[in-house]
Ligand binder design. Structure first.
Ligand SMILES: NC(=O)c1ccc[n+]([C@@H]2O[C@H](COP(=O)([O-])OP(=O)(O)OC[C@H]3O[C@@H](n4cnc5c(N)ncnc54)[C@H](OP(=O)(O)O)[C@@H]3O)[C@@H](O)[C@H]2O)c1
Length: 275
């Protein structure tokens, strides 16, 4: 009898899990992808011809540094600026033309020129409540992000890309999701010509900084992530490919909301399947 109850509970759990996964898959945002890798190559080449410039906020973080690496190797921008609170030393030749703007995020109005003249912006800024406290988290993930977006818009940025989070919702009772949802909406009100919101699930990377709760989440999710790779997590390498691939895609939508599954699809765009 206890075995039957246990089996029933396990089946119920699986059903619940499947329902959650289906919910996430159905709400994953849609994206039109080119069919062949050749299409992506052509799009990248066409984009290069436009001689666009970009900036990255948060280029010292896990997402930002991968994004910078990929942007430099893909060479889709003719000028790349990183805006951050500290100067970085790059030894690799590939970084030699990167422009660095060191700013005080508490006095962003004094750094208007750092945000001028970029066609495209990528914002990968963020902290955690554990690291910065509640007020510090809001300051970075809301105030710094919004102010940077305002300055970028005033400085001529046409396409703003925001790394937000899965589940972002301005009505949420969870601080993290509420702040993410609020900043998404307030940046939208700025009216960029094109605004892309990325809502990744748990980021998979070898994070240098110790974050015990994220570590536990990753470990617990490992089997589920294996069975349903696009449901609850995303490798940072896939996320940054999605950002770069999406930038070169022509899109009539003024606002794009890319959930985790769409990020996986975009990140794998152009990859040829091994036979
Ligand atoms: N971790 C996840 O699983 C997950 C999942 C979904 C969404 N996200 C979101 O994705 C975004 C990027 O995440 P990530 O893990 O790549 O970020 P990360 O590695 O923590 O990097 C954060 C970046 O923000 C900068 N930053 C933090 N506090 C700052 C402050 N007080 N002043 C100025 N700059 C500051 C950091 O600069 P320094 O290097 O100078 O500190 C760094 O460049 C965040 O918004 C995060 O909430 C994360």
């Amino acid at each position: 009898m206890p075995g039957t109850v246990l089996g029933f509970s396990a089946a119920l759990c699986v059903l619940l899990l499947a329902a959650v996964i289906l919910h996430y898959q159905e709400n994953s945002g849609s994206v039109q992808l080119p069919r062949m890798s050749q299409d992506l190559h052509t799009l990248q080449e066409d984009y290069k011809m436009l001689n666009k410039s970009c900036f990255i906020l948060g280029a010292t973080g896990e997402t930002g540094k991968e994004l910078l690496k990929l942007i430099l190797s893909s060479q889709i921008f003719n000028k790349v600026t990183i805006i951050g609170r500290r100067k970085l030393d790059f030894e690799d030749e590939a970084y030699k033309h990167v422009i660095q703007e060191v700013v005080d995020f508490e006095k962003l109005d004094d750094y208007v020129s750092a945000f001028e003249g970029h066609d495209v912006g990528f914002c990968c800024l963020g902290t955690t409540k554990a690291k910065a406290g509640e007020a510090g988290f809001i300051r970075v993930d809301h105030d710094y992000v919004l102010k940077s977006a305002q300055l970028a818009k005033a400085g001529g940025c046409a396409h703003f890309n925001l790394e937000s989070s899965n589940g972002a919702n301005k009505e949420s009772s969870f601080l993290y999701l509420k702040v993410k949802g609020q900043v998404e909406a307030e940046v939208e009100e700025l009216g960029f010509d094109r605004y892309t919101i990325f809502r990744p699930a748990v980021l998979l990377c070898d994070r240098k900084e110790s974050r015990p709760s994220e570590w536990v989440a990753r470990k617990m999710m490992a089997p589920i992530a294996y069975m349903f790779p696009s449901a609850f997590s995303v490798p940072i390498t896939t996320l940054v490919k999605a950002m770069v691939n999406n930038a070169v895609l022509q899109n009539d939508k003024k606002v794009e909301l890319l959930e985790n599954k769409a990020i996986h699809m975009l990140g794998k765009m152009g990859e040829t399947k091994k036979s």
